[in-house]
Design a protein around this ligand. Structure first.
Ligand SMILES: NC(=O)c1ccc[n+]([C@@H]2O[C@H](COP(=O)([O-])OP(=O)(O)OC[C@H]3O[C@@H](n4cnc5c(N)ncnc54)[C@H](O)[C@@H]3O)[C@@H](O)[C@H]2O)c1
Length: 357
């Protein structure tokens, strides 16, 4: 099959590595207008056919039924190339965040539907991890009783994309290029994991806030208008009733480092470290008035890295194999929940999203 990369930057290289793990021969093509970046990519992946423009790359040959285009540009440059690639008759897997706005995301979905092609989001990267499956198994077993609360918190004091992490990519800091800060950068993984855990039919953003704590390392020579800390009170309507979610995410805070998720029910609780599947999952129940804590063994881990997972899952979907890929309206609905966090933070008014099936 052919995999076309639009953008040859940091994440494109991880997709090129993933393309080698698809279990079938892959012809790689790549487009990037930055000649230095493109030359670096070509040196690392000499078999990839290189183009200085995505338009030229897409027009260079007729589309095959299983062609996959991976949009790996900054978020402001997701919708245009994605729509063009879909219209060229190719399946499109888009990096997160899906787009800059709900309107753009819906336009991408409409283009996919009109073309009859698959459209997916790389927010799937951390979906269906073994320890998440272990937590889902605990909840499904009924041992927690009625689950009424989920706390989902990941806070890193100094891990701001564009500053401490990948400082060469300053676009992360400018909302006109990135769409926003940590809600656009890590929120897609959080929301995808929450959807994986809760399979909601509706999500309500009841309250939300965003903040940008200041540090001595803040750049003054570029636009830096993105939040590095955010939180929301969410209500997920699930098959088993409403679960209230206290959500928090930071890549820049003066607070302490925290990485913890916990389901609480009337008969037990389960806690785990959401994005680190090496960490154990613990179940806490009551026996004769005493707290009993036990470790829950996760299912076996796969050999794939988190960077391999989006492309491998998407190609599984293209090939009609079972896949945890986030596709079509499901991908857009997760993104709508993220944009709703900004809207509620700005207006103070709750936003409800009906999740399409
Ligand atoms: N860096 C990471 O760890 C990481 C992880 C997961 C997801 N992502 C996502 O991947 C996307 C890209 O991030 P990155 O870190 O690779 O950025 P990057 O800055 O390393 O690379 C982006 C590349 O896109 C190129 N580009 C810009 N306009 C283009 C166009 N019209 N056509 C083709 N190429 C174009 C740029 O020249 C640049 O080389 C973002 O959406 C980001 O959120 C990044």
């Amino acid at each position: 099959m052919r995999v076309y990369l639009i953008g040859a930057g940091v994440i494109a290289r991880t997709h090129a590595d993933a393309a080698a793990k698809l279990g079938e021969p892959v012809e790689l093509r790549v487009a990037d207008p930055n000649a230095t970046v493109l030359a670096g990519f070509s040196a690392a992946y000499p078999d990839a056919l290189a183009f200085s423009s995505a338009e030229d790359m897409l027009a260079s040959e007729p589309a095959a039924d299983d062609d996959v285009v991976l949009v790996a540009t900054p978020p402001a440059i997701h919708a245009g190339p994605a729509v063009a690639a879909l219209r060229s008759g190719r399946h499109v897997l888009c990096e997160k965040p899906l787009a800059m706005s709900v309107e753009e995301a819906e336009e991408m979905l409409a283009a996919a539907q009109a073309a009859g092609r698959l459209f997916g989001s790389c927010s799937t990267r951390f979906r269906a991890l073994p320890h998440t499956d272990a937590v889902k198994g605990v909840r499904a077993s009924g041992v927690l009783g009625d689950v009424y609360h989920l706390s989902f918190v990941t806070k890193w004091p100094r891990s701001r994309a564009g500053i401490e992490y990948q400082p060469a990519s300053r676009w992360f800091l400018d909302s006109r290029l990135s769409g926003g800060g940590v809600v656009m950068d890590w929120g897609p993984y959080d929301m995808s994991t929450l959807f994986d855990l809760l399979e909601p039919s509706a999500v309500e953003v009841v309250d939300a806030w965003i903040a940008q704590p200041r540090t001595g390392a803040d750049p003054t020579d570029v636009v830096f208008d993105t939040e590095t800390h955010a939180g929301a009170t969410l209500r997920f309507t699930t098959a088993d009733g409403v679960v209230r979610v206290d959500y928090e995410r930071a890549n820049g805070t003066h607070g302490e480092e925290v990485a913890r998720a916990e389901f609480e029910g009337t008969r037990g609780a389960v806690h785990w470290t959401p994005f680190d599947s090496q960490q154990p999952v613990f179940l806490r129940t009551d026996r004769d008035g005493e707290i009993v804590e036990e470790e829950v063994p996760p299912p076996p881990r796969s050999d794939l890295t988190i960077f391999d997972r989006p492309l491998v899952s998407f190609v599984d979907a293209v090939r009609g194999r079972p896949s945890p890929a986030t596709l079509g309206a499901a991908a857009v609905d997760e993104f709508r929940c993220l944009r709703a966090i900004y809207e509620t933070a700005r207006t103070g008014v709750a936003v409800r999203i009906e999740v399409r099936r």
